[in-house]
Every structure is written in structure tokens, then in C-alpha cells.
Design a protein around this ligand. Structure first.
Ligand code: LRH
Ligand code: MN
Ligand code: MN
Length: 431
């Protein structure tokens, strides 16, 4: 496997932090032992954690108002993979990449798969895009795609999704994520029921093209770009459609796609209970679909989501395996740094959830001891598992402190020299 940053630089970085890390690790290990928890078990658990990087996240995103390009932004999907390679090299928590078509459409899919393999990467769910028009496209998605009133538009949108499946097959992907921005801006603009009927009709055709071992993930989103009524606005609609379509159809929860204060962990519990939790787009938000770094606004919510996932894993065993993916947009930070931090924050929530004393929690719940039940969760959430995460990375060949190591490596300067900026360019595809 080729590494993007010189392995010697990573080793040097780790050597400098080794004594400090070992001391912190031993101290935490002692504290956890007194609680009856084995730090070594937690460290191997952390090493088994993985979350996919979104290809579109390695470029600078932008807002609805402007985009300020960053230095050394990847100009094509191969360069995006190099950046993803760095993220995984230093965090050892992101071995897969989620592609978005046609933004990432390769001329030769096999070449792209070989490139990924050379970096030790593979592909998670592929995403279709019928929420914007592409140059040369026959039909416009201005008035919808899979739900459009026009049969020609629907056929084009279905064909694009089937093409995504075909590309994904060559790339070794096993799932298609479908998010449509279809909806209405005005009351009366749509027949609400008719739009959903057309959606299901289109999705049945896409579903029929899925290989045996594939899933299709339905991603709901409350609003934007439609501001009055979005066809797949909530988990209820997503669940109903996934149920209607069949066992390969599951729901995808993007943390930013709900009304403020929605109890997302409860949605997670419901979908897990009924076998329809397909995966996640992790990010954080204050107001809407802000696409901020995971854990940057509400780390407790992220922990509570993983608390439900830990419960589901205990109940359902190996059969419970939702896809973990990040979905963020970076405007003021280096995307590689943000994605590394986010991967670590999601991994942190995963390990913290493993610290929950579930036997004690069950007793408190049975006794209606709400205060102690809540404290049991808080106790796990308050534990700083950073030394476990750092040790997991170092043992797997990653960096004790990924951001510090990345900065010291000079990677951004190096690629800035090789990837000249294009004025107003949108390498992520997000405009
Ligand atoms: C929609 C969304 C969806 C898209 C991505 C670019 O807001 O979350 O997952 O594919 O953003
Ligand atoms: Mn998303
Ligand atoms: Mn989104």
C-alpha cells in the first residue's frame, strides 16, 4: 500500500509523543480498571471502527451565497482519493470513500478502483445526483426528478441511478444512496400524494436494477431546496417507502436533515428496531443542514446516537451493520483537517457508548430511577477516551495527533504547488 505522507514523518511524530501518550493511556487504564473495564478491549474496539469519507468533502464547499476556494483543492476524483488516503493514513479510521456521480464519474472505473486499492481504500455507498442539471443533459430537474410530472424527466433520473449502480458494481461498492431535492415551494404546486406515488414508481425501477447483495439507502431531508413541501421530508416517509420497496431498501439518517431539537437518537432506535436502519451521514448543525464538523456543536447528541447503536448491536448481533459515512461541507477550515477531526469525533462517540454500564442502566430503568439512569449515560460521556483513540491510531500505523502530524508534513503546501487554483472552480461539485 502506498502512503501519501512519508511513513518516516509519521513515525517521527509518534516517537515525540510516545512517552506522553503512554502515561495518559496508563492513567486512563487504571481508572477504567477500577470501573471494571479493560482498556485493551476498548482500544481494539476503537481499532475496528470505520467511517467513510465523502469525496465531495475534500473540496471547499460553500454556502448558498458564495464559495471561497481553498489552496490545493483536488481537481478530479483521483486527487480527491489522494486526500482521502491522507485522512485514512493518519486516522486509520476511514478506509472507505463514498463517491457522488456524476461529480466523480471516472472515464475508466477500473482504473479508479485500482487507484483506491493502491492507497488501501475501498468504496462505500455511491450517491446519485438528480438535484442539479449537468451540461448537455436533455431534461431539466428544475421541477423535480424521480417525482417529476414529466415521464421523460423521471426516465432520465431513473436511468442515472441505474448508471450509478453499474459504476458502483465495477468499483466494488455495495449500496446506492438516493437523495432527491424534489418538492414544492408553494402550497398547491404539487399534488402531495401524487408526487410520492411517482417517487415510488421510479424507485421500483431502480430497486429492480440492484444486484443481489446491494442495498438502496433512502435519505430524507426536511427542507431545502424545496421550502414548502419536500417529497421525502422525514423518516416516516423514508420508512414507508423502504418498506414498500422491499428488504434491500433502507433508510439513511443525515444528522442535519431534521427540524431543530428533533430527537434523532429516537429515530435511530425506531429504524433499528424495525430492521430499516441503512446508514448515516454524520455531521453537526445548529440550525438546518449546516454540514458542520461532527461533534462540533452537539457532541452529546452524537453520543446518544451511538448509545442507541450500541444497544441495537447487543440485541441484533453481527446482523446489525449500518453504513457510517460523513457528509460535511467545509468553508473556513482545511477539509482534510476537518474530516480527520470528524472521523475521530465519531469514533470517540462509538467508544464512549461502549463505556456505558448497560447492566446498571437496565436496573435504574426498571427501578424508575431517572436520575441515576441519566447519570449512567453522563458518566460514560464525560470520560475522556482520547488516549484510547490515539493509541488505536498509533498501533495501526496512524498518527498520535493527526492534525499536528498533517500540518508538520507540509501536505497542503505540496499539493497547492501541484494543483493550481481555477477561478471560481467547484471541485467538490457543490455550487
Ligand atoms: C443533501 C445531502 C445529500 C447529498 C449531499 C451532497 O443535503 O446531504 O446527502 O448527496 O448533501
Ligand atoms: Mn447527506
Ligand atoms: Mn445534507
Amino acid at each position: 500500500m502506498s502512503t501519501v505522507i512519508d511513513a518516516g514523518q509519521v513515525a517521527e511524530h509518534n516517537a515525540k509523543l510516545q512517552a506522553q501518550l503512554q502515561a495518559d493511556y496508563d492513567a486512563l487504564g487504571g481508572m477504567l480498571a477500577r470501573r471494571g473495564q479493560d482498556i485493551e478491549e476498548l482500544t481494539s474496539l476503537a481499532q475496528g471502527f470505520a467511517v467513510a469519507v465523502p469525496s465531495w468533502g475534500v473540496g471547499t464547499g460553500g454556502t448558498r451565497f458564495a464559495r471561497f476556494p481553498g489552496r490545493g483543492e483536488p481537481r478530479n476524483v483521483f486527487e480527491k482519493l489522494d486526500d482521502c488516503g491522507v485522512i485514512n493514513q493518519l486516522t486509520r479510521a476511514t478506509p472507505s470513500v463514498s463517491l457522488h456521480f456524476p461529480w466523480d464519474k471516472p472515464t475508466d472505473a477500473k482504473e479508479l478502483r485500482d487507484k483506491a486499492a493502491s492507497l488501501g481504500l475501498f468504496f462505500d455507498a455511491v450517491n446519485s445526483n438528480t438535484f442539479q442539471d449537468q451540461v448537455g443533459q436533455e431534461q431539466t430537474y428544475k421541477y423535480g426528478s424521480l417525482t417529476a410530472g414529466s415521464a421523460e424527466v423521471r426516465a432520465q433520473a431513473v436511468a442515472h441511478n441505474i448508471e450509478c449502480i453499474e459504476l458502483g458494481k465495477t468499483l466494488g461498492s455495495r449500496a446506492l444512496t438516493v437523495w432527491v431535492g424534489d418538492g414544492a415551494n408553494f402550497p398547491g404546486q404539487h399534488n402531495l400524494r401524487g408526487a410520492l406515488e411517482r417517487y415510488l414508481d421510479s424507485m421500483r425501477k431502480i430497486y429492480a436494477a440492484l444486484p443481489e447483495d446491494w442495498n438502496v439507502f433512502i435519505e430524507h431531508k426536511l427542507f431545502e431546496p424545496a421550502f414548502y413541501a419536500t417529497t421525502i421530508a422525514d423518516w416516516g416517509t423514508s420508512f414507508a417507502c423502504a418498506t414498500e420497496l422491499g428488504p434491500k431498501a433502507k433508510c439513511l439518517v443525515d444528522l442535519g436533515h431534521h427540524a431543530p431539537n428533533t430527537n434523532i437518537e429516537m429515530i435511530v432506535a425506531r429504524l433499528a428496531q424495525f430492521g430499516k436502519l441503512g446508514g448515516f451521514h454524520f455531521n453537526d448543525s445548529k440550525y438546518g443542514d449546516d454540514d458542520l464538523d461532527s461533534g462540533s456543536i452537539n457532541p452529546f447528541q452524537l453520543f446518544l446516537v451511538f448509545n442507541e447503536l450500541a444497544d441495537a448491536a447487543l440485541r441484533d448481533g453481527a446482523a446489525f451493520k449500518p453504513s457510517y459515512m460523513l457528509d460535511q461541507s467545509h468553508n473556513v477550515t482545511d477539509p482534510v483537517e476537518s474530516l480527520m477531526n470528524s472521523a475521530v469525533e465519531v469514533q470517540r462517540a462509538f467508544v464512549q457508548a461502549a463505556l456505558v454500564d448497560r447492566a446498571a442502566l437496565a436496573v435504574y430503568q426498571q427501578q424508575n430511577d431517572a436520575l441515576q439512569a441519566a447519570q449512567t449515560l453522563k458518566h460514560a460521556f464525560r470520560t475522556d477516551v482520547s488516549p484510547i483513540l490515539a493509541m488505536a491510531r498509533v498501533r495501526a500505523g496512524g498518527a498520535a495527533d493527526p492534525v499536528a502530524c498533517y500540518r508538520a508534513s507540509g501536505y497542503r503546501d505540496r499539493v497547492a504547488g501541484m494543483r493550481p487554483a481555477k477561478a471560481g472552480a467547484s471541485s467538490s461539485g457543490i455550487v
